[in-house]
Design a protein around this ligand. Structure first.
Ligand SMILES: Cc1cc2nc3c(=O)[nH]c(=O)nc-3n(C[C@H](O)[C@H](O)[C@H](O)COP(=O)(O)OP(=O)(O)OC[C@H]3O[C@@H](n4cnc5c(N)ncnc54)[C@H](O)[C@@H]3O)c2cc1C
Length: 432
């Protein structure tokens, strides 16, 4: 069959790989000039490695992406390391990313520590996600972990991910975070963009066609069961189309979708993300910490500070020290319309709270990246509202971040979903 994949993020690339493996004629359309989607990176002239626009790493439990990389023959380029994650407590930062660090953390009483251990073991090894989705994470955590653990540890984590929507998130999402995480974090030699470029190169050699800087502006179902894509005002006809774009974009460019499907799309909520990247002349965290979870109550104007070069050596970045300041926010938040100068003026002074010696003279350069679709919000009983891969239009399929539930959105689950989508496209009913 002649098949189009919309989007050259990791989901689109994986689907193209599977579809080509099944012998189809595959074209990938991507509105940007490079592959990678949300996991794409950029590279300054003097850098050996690319830097992800939004901080990214893999976990050792990310089986789907790690086996895909293996299949592509690129496993020797995957690197796992164990950087330190810290949380803020009463004016100081403490490591809190392992059972030992939880035992040593001064914000937890002995009872808290026992509760933390037992409840986490229950979630990780003995519970399933389905019975948990009827509770909000907030109510379940308060009941089983207790109020202090909630206030000190879990609430900042939830607010950090979902901003003012943190009370809406269901417990199944939270379960998934405990189930599939590791202390060691993985990256690709050269950065994630190097992986995306090598994957695209392998696919091109394999016969997949790519059309970059190509935005699909309309998807139409034809009477004969084919799908027409509109590109720069021209029609292109395919037997099947897999869209890996956000459900809201799909709804906007596909006027024939029926009301029932559009209603499910409208019921999905998500949050955006903004990241300011700062290149410094010196290391910011003298302790070498990588990830700082920051409660806004402590006076930081953003929620995560990530010193990338305390994870990946600064020697790959011309000895620059690279800091991400990240926040998850509604795309109507004022940060989305602020200029890079306004954002850096607001964000950078707080670096002094991490290192009192910091001064503005340390700053080499800054960048800002924003996306309105960064994190789907799973409400109570979200499984009843999940978008199917098969759309009501014959031959049109959807595989987006919103459909990986109960897992948290991530590269691994985009890969897993793409595999499932390609299997579903091969079902006889899918091409009748
Ligand atoms: C701040 C942040 C941090 C993250 N951290 C991690 C992490 O540490 N680890 C991890 O595994 N995951 C992380 N993720 C999630 C990860 O990036 C995504 O789950 C994954 O990249 C999704 O891949 P995808 O292919 O489904 O979608 P996308 O990457 O969004 O790809 C969709 C593609 O479609 C293209 N497109 C959209 N509309 C059109 C159109 N009309 N025509 C043509 N092309 C179009 C887009 O340009 C894009 O390239 C993070 C995400 C964010 C935002």
């Amino acid at each position: 069959m002649k098949i189009a994949v919309i989007g050259a993020g990791v989901g689109g690339l994986t689907a193209a790989f599977d579809l080509k493996n099944k012998g189809h004629d595959v074209t990938v359309f991507e509105r940007e000039g490079t592959p990678g989607g949300l996991a794409a990176g950029f590279k300054e002239q003097d850098w050996d490695w690319s830097l992800e626009k939004f901080y990214h790493h893999w976990f050792e439990t990310d089986k789907s992406i790690l086996s895909l990389i293996d299949e592509l023959g690129l496993s020797d380029k995957v690197i796992f390391m164990r950087p330190t994650t810290v949380v803020y407590h009463e004016g100081k930062f403490y490591p809190l990313d392992s059972p030992i660090s939880a035992l040593l953390f001064p914000g937890f009483s002995l009872i808290d520590k026992i509760r933390f251990g037992f409840t986490t073991v229950f979630l990780k090894y003995f519970s399933g996600w389905k019975p948990l989705e009827k509770y909000t994470a907030v109510e379940w955590i308060k009941r089983y972990y207790g109020r202090n653990l909630y206030e000190v540890f879990f609430k900042p984590m939830l607010v950090g991910k979902f901003s003012e929507y943190y009370q809406d998130v269901n417990m199944a999402w939270f379960w998934a975070r405990f189930k599939a995480r590791s202390s060691k974090l993985g990256t690709f030699q050269g950065g994630f963009q190097a992986f995306m470029d090598q994957f695209t190169h392998i696919l091109s050699e394999f016969g997949v066609r790519f059309s970059f800087n190509t935005s699909i502006t309309e998807i139409q179902s034809l009477e004969n069961g084919n799908i027409r894509l509109t590109i720069n005002g021209e029609s292109h006809i395919f037997d099947q189309v897999l869209a890996t774009i956000s459900p809201k974009i799909l709804s906007r460019i596909t006027p024939q979708l029926n009301e029932e499907f559009v209603n499910i799309i409208d019921a999905q909520s998500s949050i955006g993300s903004i990241v300011v990247i700062v290149s410094l002349k010196h290391q910011l965290s003298s302790e070498g910490y990588y990830w700082f979870n920051l409660p806004k109550s402590a006076g930081f104007p953003f929620l995560a500070l990530v010193e990338h070069t305390n994870y990946i050596s600064s020697k790959h970045f011309n000895n620059e020290h690279l800091i991400y300041c990240g926040d998850y926010l509604d795309s109507t938040h004022k940060y989305f319309s602020m200029s890079i100068e306004e954002l850096t003026d607001l964000f950078i002074p707080s670096f002094k709270k991490i290192n009192p010696a910091f001064s503005k003279e340390w700053v080499n350069k800054t960048w800002v990246f924003k996306t309105p679709y960064a994190q789907p919000i799973p409400h109570i009983n979200h499984s009843q509202n999940l978008l199917p891969i098969t759309t009501p239009l014959p031959g049109l399929f959807l595989a987006s971040m919103s459909q990986v539930y109960p897992w948290d959105r991530g590269i691994n689950y985009a890969v897993e979903l793409a595999h499932r989508a390609v299997e579903e496209m091969a079902q006889p009913a899918s091409f009748s």
